[in-house]
Design a protein around this ligand. Structure first.
Ligand code: SF4
Length: 435
């Protein structure tokens, strides 16, 4: 692996990319050469449906073509038809992805669509401008990214991505895998809305502020608080009861939700607790975190994690291939960044020198960490501006706090904190209240 990165570094010595706004412009040029209309919204709504053409003999044809009446949140099989073609979202519970899986998605993106892969605020990856959704599904399945056809859209788990490696109250990696397995084996959960999300916080309070629908926040190594919509219910769970409790809450929600998509939409969440009785003060919440862990992160075992912010959440397939070439475990975070784990210092140093010139951000003070944007024009027909270009331009005009640029009041991808700026066609206005 070191040789691969060293060769890559040698190749890159002649490439001096301009920084910040220039990086964004380079991305635009790169993408426009391949798919002129490839920057489009990340839909999770029920306002539009389109048929998707598939090859007649495709093994995933039935699943891909099965369209739910009301829940249009896309998956790897139930794709969304955007203006630039089909969009597929691949769930990564806990953001976990192996080098081979990332390489497979990069290959699928390059072969069947736009090479600009999008990282989502739930730690998933979506591919767009797809010309062969069955081909993408087959690649995802072969890489082990599609373990359940019936539950593929509901494997939504955000979890403390550094758990077990850097700090935290306890190591939750096994719990996340156990939860994912339990979700897939509960038939009733196939009917959960695609936007319902589970959360597991290892006690460092990094993901509980994201207000997952059903969450566990560890207070001690073997005791967790049960959260509903990010709020402490007062129920305390032994570690062994965490997964059964989260599954029970989700199952009750699926059975009783009516027209609610999220638990936060319910007026009374008490029935979701079932047999669980509060034993502590309820009502506590955790402040949302909006910045990813970036840079050189020493692990508890002496090895290194590299945290790489991805400008505007757009990860080019070519860059993903470099990440995969490291051959180390990876995670996509809810802050649209990438973590590369378990590196010795020499490999981490070489990887950093290769990846930084490719546009990944390892500086915690970078202004890229303070701006984000929806897809906007020309990708989204609803947008009043090229908001990604404007977000990049805003780097030249720093401001306090995070700024999220959107093309219309739907405010897609808005982070839980900071200013949401809505394009008017003649500038931007501050959106109030915050979505
Ligand atoms: S323009 Fe509106 S609908 Fe389109 S991606 Fe942005 S916020 Fe979403």
């Amino acid at each position: 692996m070191g040789e691969i990165l060293d060769r890559s570094l040698a190749t890159l010595t002649s490439i001096q990319l301009p920084v910040y706004r220039g990086q964004y412009l380079l991305m635009q040029v790169w993408q426009s050469q391949i798919s002129p209309n490839s920057w489009h919204p990340a839909p999770c709504s029920n306002f539009r449906r389109y048929p998707v053409a598939q090859p007649a003999d495709a093994p995933y044809r039935d699943r891909v073509a099965r369209i739910r009446d009301r829940d249009a949140c896309p998956g790897a099989l139930q794709v969304h038809q955007a203006a630039d073609g089909a969009l597929a979202r691949v769930r990564l519970p806990g953001g976990v992805i192996s080098p081979g899986q990332l390489e497979a998605l990069a290959h699928a993106a390059t072969k069947f669509g736009s090479p600009a892969m999008e990282l989502t605020s739930r730690g998933n990856i979506q591919l767009r401008a797809l010309t062969d959704t069955v081909g993408v599904a087959e690649i995802a399945a072969a890489a082990g990214l599609l373990p359940s056809q019936t539950h593929e859209r509901v494997r939504n788990i955000v979890a403390s991505p550094l758990s077990g490696r850097v700090g935290g109250m306890t190591d939750i990696r096994g719990l996340v895998a156990e939860l994912d397995e339990a979700i897939q084996t509960e038939p009733a959960l196939a009917e959960l809305p695609g936007r319902f999300i589970f959360g597991v916080d290892d006690g460092r309070a990094d993901v509980s502020g994201l207000a997952a629908d059903a969450g566990a926040h560890f207070l001690y190594e073997a005791t967790a608080a049960l959260l509903l919509a990010g709020r402490d219910t007062g129920v305390r769970l032994d570690r062994a009861d965490v997964v059964p409790a989260l599954i029970a809450v989700a199952t009750r929600f699926a059975a009783t939700r009516g027209k609610a998509w999220r638990i936060a939409e319910l007026t009374d969440t008490t029935p979701l607790l079932g047999q669980f009785t509060p034993s502590a003060e309820h009502g506590a919440t955790w402040p949302p975190i909006s910045r990813p862990p970036v840079g050189w992160l020493p692990q508890d075992d002496g090895r290194i994690t590299l945290g790489a912010a991805v400008p505007l959440g757009v990860l080019q397939a070519r860059v993903a291939e470099f990440l995969a070439a490291i051959g180390a475990p990876l995670a996509i975070t809810p802050w649209r960044s990438v973590l590369v784990f378990d590196l010795d210092e020499g490999v981490a140093d070489t990887a950093l020198r290769v990846l930084a010139p490719l546009g990944l951000v390892f500086d915690g003070n970078s202004p890229w960490l303070s701006v984000s944007a929806c897809t906007g024009s020309p990708g989204c027909e609803h947008s009043a501006a090229d908001v990604r270009a404007d977000a990049a331009a805003a780097l030249d005009d720093p401001a306090d706090g995070h700024r999220h640029f959107v093309g219309c009041d739907r405010a897609c991808g808005s982070p839980p904190t900071g200013d949401v700026l809505v394009a008017t066609g003649d500038g931007y206005r501050l959106r109030t209240p915050h979505p």
